[in-house]
Design a protein around this ligand. Sequence first.
Ligand code: SF4
Ligand code: SF4
Length: 169
Amino acid sequence: MTGFVCDHCGKCCRSLGRYIGIERQLSEGDYYCKNTLSGEVFPVHVAPEFAEEIDEDFSSGTPGSHEGCIFLRKDPKGPGHVCAIHATRPRICREFRCYHMVISDAKGAPVGRMVGRADIQTSDPVLARVWNEEVKPLPCPAAPACDPSWVERVSAILAAHGYRGETVE
Ligand code: SF4
Ligand code: SF4
């Protein structure tokens, strides 16, 4: 297993973030929110540097600087995006992974990622062919990266071609 690394692209927050709604404002930086998919209600605390702008967006009824989630903000320290409620973000956000396996070549360099249910994201044409011809046709469980027998079969296929697959935590 390897650790999940978020690139802070903000893509997931523009999709699953649509289901994060504010139920009630408690103070400038504190809100009760609801995951409208699961029904989970949770308190959140906004990082001080974003409290005023989010308060203004919420009060004026605008969704913020991005479609999706009002708590998604541009990173003031550089490129990319940040979650203004990172420490108190809901479970759906904590558990989300936009890729489930990292594939490395014989030298240990990462050359691909498994995304979605069992799709490959790679610029390596050999890996793309191996995945599409040998991995994709396998019976695919609902959560393949959590299925030890599927992971074992895929790892064996990759190893036979000089690659190594590691699921992410
Ligand atoms: S979890 Fe993935 S999609 Fe979401 S911000 Fe991070 S890199 Fe982007
Ligand atoms: S709460 Fe944070 S992590 Fe979750 S969708 Fe909104 S900005 Fe993204």
